[in-house]
Design a protein around this ligand. Structure first.
Ligand SMILES: [Zn+2]
Length: 204
């Protein structure tokens, strides 16, 4: 019964949330004290948070939505004014599209990892323990969002055994990890993507 109630509560939060999600996805400012936002803030850090339900609620824009929500919730437009909202939004969208549609390593997995990092940092004491500053938290979330981009759905052993192009390119060394990282830097380096957040950060 308790479980059933929990599912009902979860569904009603997700339904209420559609409107909020649309606003966030369009980059509109959100009312920080609205009831629906308060409910969602609690749900986002709940151990029962379901990245798949949220992805369905935002019409398969789970990663885009999760990144924009974290941006708003963390107040990065104020605390990190050097990172323009437009570049961040473009990056979030590009990262989402670069994930392939495979059964596990897809954009919902990227969104799930971001939500876990956010919760660990803000609700499980990681911020205090690690003494990360805001820009370090920002880059940790971006790393989480990007960590499996363009994943082919195989593993390193498979890539090496079938002498794939990626295995040849990376000389059998951490093939997929190198590929995710290189894909990220190619993506931000491509000026037509207009998402090079790196140019706004100092070398430090
Ligand atoms: Zn992963």
């Amino acid at each position: 019964m308790l479980h059933h109630n929990k599912i009902q509560a979860q569904n009603s939060i997700i339904n209420k949330f559609n409107h909020l999600a649309e606003n966030i996805a369009q980059g509109n400012t959100i009312q920080h004290h609205s009831d629906e936002l308060k409910d969602f803030n609690n749900y986002f850090v709940d151990p029962n948070y379901n990245a798949f339900s949220i992805d369905a609620a935002v019409k398969s824009n789970g990663l885009l939505f999760t990144l924009l929500y974290i941006y708003h919730k963390s107040g990065w437009s104020q605390s990190l004014p050097e990172v323009p909202m437009d570049a961040f939004k473009n990056l979030a969208y590009k990262l989402q599209t670069v994930y392939r549609n495979n059964p596990y390593h897809n954009q919902v997995h990227g969104a799930d990892v971001c939500q876990m990092i956010y919760t660990a940092v803000n609700n499980m004491g990681l911020r205090e323990m690690s003494k990360l500053n805001e820009i370090e938290i920002f880059t940790t979330i971006i790393s989480g969002a990007a960590h499996d981009i363009d994943h082919p759905g195989t593993n390193n052993v498979f890539e090496i055994k079938c002498k794939s192009k990626l295995a040849l390119l990376y000389n059998d060394q951490s093939v997929l990890e190198n590929h995710h990282t290189a894909s990220f830097f190619f993506l931000v380096d491509n000026t037509s993507n207009n998402c090079d957040i790196m140019q706004y950060l100092t070398a430090e």
